[in-house]
Design a protein around this ligand. Structure first.
Ligand SMILES: Cc1ncc(COP(=O)(O)O)c(C=O)c1O
Length: 368
């Protein structure tokens, strides 16, 4: 066999379907409301922007590779040991590093049927095999995950709450999952939307991480803290996991502006609470009003809702998406998640939320 005439990606890379981010543009609309990536309508804390601007005076120096100031701020606010916190260039970075660190070709990683797509991509990128566990009512099914475990399983990803469904599993179920996994299988609890959840039976996973040696929890500054552009994520993990990942992560994977802004953002509790209040009120109202239009809305605990459309012509999710985009409302198609009849809508500003509700009413009334 002759040698290839150009560099070849390793086997499997070209079989991966790239992650498609939410759309940005609605070319025909006067005003655009981007409700496609679960960004916050409240923007970042003013204190975070100020801290970032101050840090911009020193762009010639490398950042602190341990992101100490950011880890200290997170530790202070959440009551954690900073040694067990690892920061990343978005939580994407950390999820990718977990796969690169714990998976080899031949290994399996378990994901949920409608789980966040990045898990599958990074399991494949590590040369391992994603195994899909079924869900019940668009919700993570602990029994299905436990049944999917084989001697090759090395990692299990659970987004709690899950994106794009907005559903969650209670802490007792998360504990039952951990208790049922072999101790060498790493359970990754992705708590990107945890700050929004207002349920007595929900926990993000901090206690389970502290009490176990095979659980990590990831979080992000992209959602409630409104810092998606800066790319900041963090992970709370046992020391042995932090040590392993520290060996392969980029030595400066969190930039200096992100460190400064993130530390200020996490300390601004009033801003976080204002975001939670806005979301609480509008999540309930958007869910009720869309249901009143005859659409099915999956009950969500996050800052977004999954809206199901009838499959018939004239009322489908794809046609609703086109209709909304022409009016400046960008929602998220979720075909790649196996949900071609649904759209995901981020809870936005009052103007955006009411605008989508009104536009969908017109769409369904056939007034478009
Ligand atoms: C469940 C979940 N995890 C992780 C991420 C990645 O967030 P980031 O890389 O911006 O921290 C997202 C972003 O949409 C998400 O929905």
């Amino acid at each position: 066999m002759s040698a290839p005439d150009r560099p070849q990606p390793k086997p499997g890379i070209l079989d991966i379907a790239a992650y498609v981010p939410g759309k940005h543009a609605a070319p025909d609309a006067k005003k655009v409301h981007k409700l496609s990536s679960n960004e916050t309508p409240l923007g970042p804390s003013p204190a975070a922007v100020e801290a970032m601007q101050a840090a911009a005076a020193n762009l010639e120096t490398y950042p602190d590779g341990t992101a100490r100031a950011l880890r200290d701020a997170i530790a202070e606010v959440h009551g954690l040991n900073p040694a067990n916190i690892l920061c990343g260039n978005g939580s994407d970075d950390l999820l990718t590093l977990l796969c690169a660190t714990y998976l080899s070709p031949g290994d399996e990683g378990i994901v949920s049927a409608h789980g966040f797509l990045l898990y599958k991509i990074q399991i494949l990128a590590a040369g391992a095999t994603p195994v899909v566990a079924g869900e019940r009512d668009l919700t993570t099914d602990v029994d299905a995950i436990l049944q999917a475990v084989t001697p090759r399983t090395k990692i299990v990803f659970v987004a709690n709450p899950n994106n794009p469904t907005g559903t969650y599993i209670p802490v007792d179920e998360v504990r039952r999952l951990q208790a049922g996994l072999p101790p060498h299988v790493l359970l990754v609890l992705d708590a990107a939307y945890s700050e929004y959840v207002r349920r007595n039976d929900y926990e993000a996973g901090l206690e389970l991480v502290s009490a176990s040696s095979n659980v990590v929890m990831t979080r992000t500054f992209s959602k409630i803290h409104g810092l998606a552009a800066l790319r900041i994520g963090w992970m709370y993990a046992p020391a042995h996991v932090v040590d392993a990942i520290d060996r392969i992560r980029g030595p400066f994977n969190v930039n200096a502006l992100a460190i400064a802004a993130g530390a200020a953002a996490v300390r601004d509790r009033a801003h976080v609470e204002a975001s939670v209040r806005h979301n609480q009120a509008w999540l309930a109202r958007v869910s009720e009003e869309l249901s009143a239009l005859g659409l099915t809305v999956t009950p969500s605990v996050g800052n977004f809702v999954l809206i199901h459309f009838p499959a018939g012509k004239g009322r489908s999710a794809a046609e609703a998406d086109d209709y909304l985009i022409r009016r400046g409302y960008i929602l998220r198609r979720v075909d790649a998640y196996g949900l071609p009849d649904a759209l995901r809508m981020t809870i936005g500003s009052e103007e955006a939320n009411l605008g989508v509700i009104a536009a969908l009413k017109e769409f369904l009334d056939g007034q478009g």
